[in-house]
Design a protein around this ligand. Structure first.
Ligand code: GDP
Ligand code: GDP
Length: 438
């Protein structure tokens, strides 16, 4: 279940410092696709076994003191729409400002839980200013110092306490594929959904939302049984906000987290853009399945095999090192290969669940390992004796038992992964490889 916390507040109150502080709890295991600018704005928090995602909406707006009020308003509205809990950060060392008042006024009208965070309590007389923030009408301020970490434990407890629990009704059935259609604005997401399901919606069960709109809609079409995630949200999109990059990125987060397989729409007339890569990186970090649709293919003049190949190479280069995923050339308007999209998404879903019988796995992999053993390290040789797959894991997970597991480095793990992918169909799904001492 995806749970999203958004940080809002005027510039320089310490939003990004707080974000870094809170995500530190997880940073070691977040993963290794670091290096994108998004990392500063989206992360995961693990607090006492409870996980949630967090976004620093401030990371997307121009961070200067004379920032447009309009920008802040948008930031707050997005948070209200998309987040489960909102952290409204104020600067205790400054006292209440006009901009704080404005933001508070918007937040007071929302039904979402808001936690007022009085930051920089370590600074000078800041603590004496804290009572002033009661006037914002958002309850007791939680005093923290994002700089030294004091108070952040209490804040995390509060977040968990305020997080709405998904009701029983809002849980989708297991073993039914959940697809999210994601991509930047105008890539053709709503058109694809319409092509799938028609204007009138062929909903089998529309699980009643409780505190918020349900994000799962179940369909039975073309012989496939699946959920589309957040289609209502995509369909009643707000054109006014669609030009803003972070809007579509924040919106994507929840859909991606709630899905098994993401259908990433790319606009063929524009090629790969930064935003496509951001969304791809979210899909990767959440270890979801992937089908790429190069959409609006009807508008492309050169549809030759060479042109397709060129496009495919560009996408795989951009998304490397993960390159084993299907790419389809579609038109949501002429409905070209629409059926194929669903078929492929189901295949990727099945690939995610694929379990290779242990005997087959060992026969093949041990042979490959014998031909290309792990390189020796300082005269030590790694001997891989046995390989097995975990039965209960979200993505295909392989455990290689060996002496000296710590000597097996990333390049060799990649070699193992490539061998696995050559032999069996894991197209579109990430796989995990672990080395273990017996
Ligand atoms: P943002 O614009 O809201 O994201 O604010 P930043 O996180 O960039 O912080 C603005 C400034 O306040 C930076 O110089 C931070 O080092 C400083 N700052 C943030 N949190 C604290 C805090 O808890 N205590 C103190 N003393 N300074 C802080
Ligand atoms: P969204 O913002 O990703 O949901 O994109 P829309 O589905 O609203 O599509 C944006 C625009 O592109 C609309 O004018 C669509 O009619 C058009 N469009 C979407 N898919 C295709 C396609 O495959 N071919 C063509 N020619 N136009 C498309």
């Amino acid at each position: 279940m995806s749970r999203l916390v958004a940080i809002v507040g005027r510039p320089n109150v310490g939003k990004s410092t707080l974000f870094n502080r809170l995500t530190q709890t997880r940073s070691a295991i977040v993963d290794d696709t670091a290096g994108t600018t998004r990392d500063r704005q989206y992360g995961m928090v693990d607090w006492c076994g409870q996980e949630f995602s967090i976004v620093d909406t401030g990371g997307w707006v121009v961070n200067s003191e004379d920032i447009f009020e309009g920008e802040i308003n948008k930031q707050v509205h997005i948070a209200i729409e998309e987040a489960d809990v909102i952290l409204f950060v104020v600067d205790a060392s400054n006292g209440v400002t006009d901009l704080d008042d404005q933001v508070a006024a918007i937040l007071r009208r929302s039904k979402k839980p808001v936690i007022l965070v009085a930051n920089k309590e370590d600074k000078g007389d800041a603590r004496f200013n804290v009572p002033e923030f009661y006037s914002l009408g958002l309850g007791d301020p939680v005093e923290v110092s994002s700089a030294n970490g004091s108070g952040t434990g209490e804040l995390l407890d509060q977040i968990i306490a305020d997080m709405p629990e998904p009701s029983e009704d809002d849980k989708p059935e297991e073993n039914v594929a959940k697809f999210a259609i994601v991509g930047r604005p105008n890539a053709g997401k709503s058109s694809l959904i319409n092509a799938f399901i028609g204007e009138e919606r062929h909903i089998v069960t529309d699980i009643a939302g409780t505190t918020r709109d349900s994000i799962y809609h179940r369909y039975n079409k073309f012989g496939f049984d699946f959920y589309l995630v957040d289609t209502a949200g995509i369909r009643k999109k707000q054109k006014v906000n669609e030009d803003i990059e972070y809007y579509s990125v924040i919106r994507s987060i929840r859909s991606i987290e709630a899905s098994d397989v993401c259908i990433l729409m790319i606009d063929a007339t524009r090629g790969i853009e930064g935003q496509d890569a951001s969304i791809f990186s979210l899909i990767q970090r959440n270890r979801k399945g992937l089908v790429v649709c190069v959409n609006k293919w009807d508008l492309v003049a050169d549809k030759s095999v060479t042109a397709q190949k060129h496009f495919e190479d560009a996408i795989r280069n951009k998304f490397a090192p993960f390159t084993d995923f299907p790419i389809l050339f579609t038109s949501a308007v002429t409905k070209q290969r629409i059926f194929k999209v669903l078929e492929t998404a189901i295949e990727v879903y099945n690939n995610r669940k694929r379990i290779i019988p242990t005997s087959q796995l060992n026969t093949y992999m041990l042979e490959q390992i014998a031909v290309t053993p792990p390189p020796s390290n300082k005269g030590k040789f790694v001997k891989i004796k046995y390989v097995t797959m975990l039965k209960e894991s979200v993505i295909p997970t392989f455990i290689f038992f060996c002496n000296l597991p710590q000597w097996v480095k990333e390049p060799y793990r990649r070699f193992l992964e490539n061998k696995i992918r050559e032999k069996w169909d894991f197209s579109g799904t990430p796989i995990a490889i672990f080395m273990r001492d017996k």
